[in-house]
Design a binder for this molecule. Structure first.
Ligand code: NAD
Ligand code: UD1
Length: 339
């Protein structure tokens, strides 16, 4: 059934790919984003690729009442909440910015939804809530223990969602803990466009391959992993986008949590090798010391989402990096409106 969905942060990396998936499914999309970390061009590209109309509101969700105009002008039936700050290192430097932006934005959204009788919500949480995991692969029941302010905002928001759902049984909330989203739309028209120096591995590797940066720094080759480099559960952003559609379709009263990952791990050296193969370019690197706060391995147990949402991530690493390269090689400077 086609619905009007509010997508906060819909101009961003994961949000814009999810907008394409929503439009392809016939939903109407309303984006609320202040473009703090994204481009208006991503909104246009998502609308084109999804073949639908997108309403765009450039607003700051931390501003009291900013969402009123959105709810007053569109018959919103559900929200997907991507908006927020996400850089771990920056969150350590500027914790108050992170607590303010991520928590206030969410509370403003929840209050506005409640005021308009909209009870269906899908929230972008993160595997970072598990901190250094004591069990691998990680099930949703594993202990949480984020190790930085960013991760703590995610866990606090999860708790807020659990509390509001416990207080009013009209709420239907799905908390999605993403593992490591990478890749791009296969058209090459939409992809990840980080501002400044990328914090994450795959965008950094792509910028080296395309010649925008000289060399990758590999954060340690002495981890307790098969080749000594860090292992992560990379998931194609289009599989992740489809996970949001599945979560929307399966919302139930209360608040539930799902891992979105593949259950397969890849090391930094495997990423470099695969990126070199699919791009035909070399990716020079130096091995340097470990990054503070890093862990050896992060790997999802995605079986709950597989069974209960009827969803599975099946694009492999080759597809992820091929699509990332198609985007990066056709847009060496991303959308080109930041630096
Ligand atoms: P992104 O930065 O590309 O997208 C976030 C969007 O939110 C941006 O378009 C930004 O402009 C917008 N935004 C930020 N503050 C805002 C505010 N005050 N008002 C309105 N809009 C605001 O990030 P992304 O990678 O697409 O991540 C989306 C969500 O998923 C985030 O909540 C992030 O924490 C979470 N997440 C991301 C990853 C990842 O690796 N990318 C992993 C786990 C969880
Ligand atoms: C980062 C975030 C985490 C977030 C996740 C998904 C940190 C400390 N953690 O984790 O909160 O949930 O992204 O968005 O930032 N690597 C290099 N060189 C680089 C970059 C990364 O060797 O220039 C290595 C890392 O040590 C790691 C792997 O590549 O082993 C992946 O790194 P990254 O993409 O930053 O993801 P996470 O470490 O999982």
């Amino acid at each position: 059934m086609s619905k009007t969905i509010l997508v906060t942060g819909g101009a961003g990396y994961i949000g814009s790919h999810t907008v394409v998936a929503l439009l392809e499914r016939g939903h109407r999309v309303v984006i609320a984003d202040n473009l703090a970390n994204s481009s208006r061009l991503a909104v246009d590209a998502a609308g084109r690729l999804g073949g639908g109309e997108v309403a765009f509101h450039q607003i700051d969700l931390t501003e009291d009442g900013s969402l009123a105009e959105v709810f007053d002008s569109h018959p919103v039936e559900a929200a997907i909440h991507f908006a927020g700050l996400k850089a771990v290192g920056e969150s350590v430097e500027k914790p108050l910015d992170y607590y303010r932006t991520n928590l206030i934005s969410t509370m403003n959204l929840l209050r506005e939804m409640q005021a308009h009788g909209v009870w269906d919500l899908v929230f972008s949480s993160s595997a970072t809530v598990y901190g250094d995991p004591d069990v691998l692969p990680i099930p949703e029941s594993a202990a949480t223990g984020p190790t930085n302010p960013y991760g703590r905002t995610k866990l606090m928001i999860e708790d807020i969602c659990r509390d509001v759902a416990a207080a009013d049984d009209r709420w239907r909330i799905s908390l999605l803990r993403y593992f490591n989203p990478v890749g791009a739309h296969s058209s090459g028209e939409l992809g990840e466009d980080p501002r400044g120096i990328p914090n994450n591995l795959v965008p950094y590797v792509m910028q080296v391959a395309v010649g925008r940066r000289d060399k990758l720094q590999v954060y340690g080759d002495d981890w307790d992993t098969p080749d000594g480099s860090g292992v992560r559960d990379y998931i194609h952003v289009l599989d992740l986008a489809e996970g949001h559609l599945a979560a929307l379709d399966h919302l139930e009263a209360g608040c539930d949590v799902f891992n979105l990952g593949t259950g397969t791990g890849s090391s930094v050296f495997e990423i470099i090798d695969t990126a070199e193969r699919v791009s035909g370019r070399s990716v020079p690197y130096d091995v340097i010391g470990r990054r503070s706060g890093d862990i050896a391995t992060s790997l999802a147990d995605p079986s709950k989402a597989n069974h209960e949402l009827g969803w599975r991530a099946d694009r492999n690493l080759e597809v992820m990096l091929t699509d990332a390269w198609t985007w990066q090689s056709s847009h060496p400077m991303g959308f080109g409106d930041d630096d």
